[in-house]
Ligand binder design. Structure first.
Ligand SMILES: Cc1cc2nc3c(=O)[nH]c(=O)nc-3n(C[C@H](O)[C@H](O)[C@H](O)COP(=O)(O)OP(=O)(O)OC[C@H]3O[C@@H](n4cnc5c(N)ncnc54)[C@H](O)[C@@H]3O)c2cc1C
Length: 363
């Protein structure tokens, strides 16, 4: 086994867009803090952009001991070549033990390129991370039906255990990278818990502006312009209430979507959907909840005409209160629902709306 003792620290790629940090950065830094505490090492944020130094200390408030900042007009907008070159040079110089990246559109592009260039492995789209074997066993005890008594675990193992859904979400696979460093993973946005912001820690965070070499010739693409979707994307991850529709609206798609919007408006929430609706082209992909969509934890999740396939439930089962409407009493969604209504959503939905409006009017 190679000697990796010179590799130290847990790094987090902190993505900024238009000079703003992403919520995923705070989730990942919070998670990195726990991993670094188990390893007895530091958390370091990696922040690239143009004139972004001012963003760095906020990352300290979520647990970063230091943030390495690389600034250049060439790094203003993300490019695979530019970001890969600068980050690989930093990794070669400082040798982090663990490097995690949000599984955003940019992170999913950057992670594999970095891993290939650094000649290490990458677990894509992890939903759970552990260093400490005892904590990993606790996770297995609560989330799996494995007979742990019959299995052998190395309690001294300090490898990063990266868990992600596999085989269409039917099983969870834990992946380790014992022979290469850094141990890399992209991490699904919305899954890791953001810790409380600590102003004193933000103040104490070291901001290290790095020198690096990058020329226009290193970047093979030129970002000519960035066209944003005219429509604002729905913020499922930050929503307190989500009213989601499934294939159950198929007999009147327009009416079903309108009903969901009315219910969401009445409850101060947003509309989500199962993948079946997205695949059918009834609603845009930013609304999709589930394994290949968003992982959400609202206070209230209403599922209208959703069967409760494992891949959908993977994205919403942590909701505080789940209300399901389905005309099939044996639909699996009722197994995770706190409140289940068996019936036609086109009949139940308007009744619910009437009740909500009445309660609001009475206040
Ligand atoms: C690798 C992989 C990843 C996936 N990722 C996701 C994901 O991220 N998110 C996701 O949602 N799915 C995902 N899927 C798809 C998933 O397996 C299911 O196919 C999908 O969730 C089904 O959507 P649905 O519940 O809307 O449709 P269906 O399973 O067809 O269920 C429709 C439900 O509506 C009910 N219904 C019908 N009419 C009415 C009515 N009038 N009133 C009330 N109820 C009614 C039916 O009883 C049924 O239970 C993934 C699949 C794979 C293989």
């Amino acid at each position: 086994m190679p000697d990796y003792s010179e590799y130290k620290g847990v790094w987090v790629f902190c993505e900024q867009r238009d000079g703003e940090l992403m919520n995923t950065d705070f989730e990942l830094v919070s998670e990195a803090r726990k991993l670094a505490d188990d390893l007895g090492t530091e958390v370091c944020g990696i922040l690239l952009g143009d004139d972004v130094k001012g963003l760095a200390s906020e990352l300290g408030g979520y647990g970063a001991d230091a943030v390495k900042v690389c600034e250049s007009p060439l790094l203003k907008d993300y490019t695979t070549d530019g970001y890969t070159k600068v980050i690989c040079d930093l990794v070669d110089k400082y040798k982090p033990e663990v490097f995690i990246i949000g599984a955003t559109t940019i992170g999913r592009d950057l992670g594999p390129r970095l891993a290939a260039r650094l000649h290490t492995g990458l677990t894509a789209d992890a939903t759970h991370l552990d260093i400490d074997t005892e904590k990993y066993l606790d996770y297995l005890r609560s989330e799996s039906n494995l007979d742990l008594e019959k299995m052998k675990f190395d309690m001294e193992d300090r490898n990063l255990k990266m868990t992600r859904p596999a085989f269409g979400g039917h099983l969870m696979a834990t992946i380790i990278c014992p022979r290469f460093r850094p141990q890399m993973s992209t991490v699904r946005p919305g899954v890791m818990q953001k810790s409380e912001f600590d102003a004193a820690k933000a103040e104490a965070c070291r901001i290290e502006v790095e020198d690096f070499e990058l020329s226009a010739d290193d970047i093979k693409v030129e970002v000519v312009s960035i066209e944003k979707a005219a429509k604002k994307l729905v913020d499922l991850i930050g929503a307190n209430v989500i009213v989601s529709v499934g294939r159950g609206i198929s007999k009147d798609v327009e009416g079903g979507l309108k009903l969901a919007e009315e219910l969401a408006d009445a409850l101060g929430g947003v509309v989500g959907a199962s993948r079946a609706c997205v695949d059918a082209g009834w609603i845009s992909a930013d609304h999709q909840v589930g394994q290949t969509g968003k992982t959400v934890h609202p206070k209230i999740y209403v599922a209208l005409g959703i069967s409760g396939a494992i891949q959908h439930v993977a994205g919403m089962s942590d909701s505080e209160f789940i209300i399901a409407v389905n005309n099939n009493a044996s639909a699996p969604i009722f197994e995770v629902a706190d409140y289940g209504i068996v019936g036609d959503l086109f009949k139940i939905g308007p009744e619910l709306l009437k009740e909500i409006e009445a309660v609001k009017a009475a206040k």
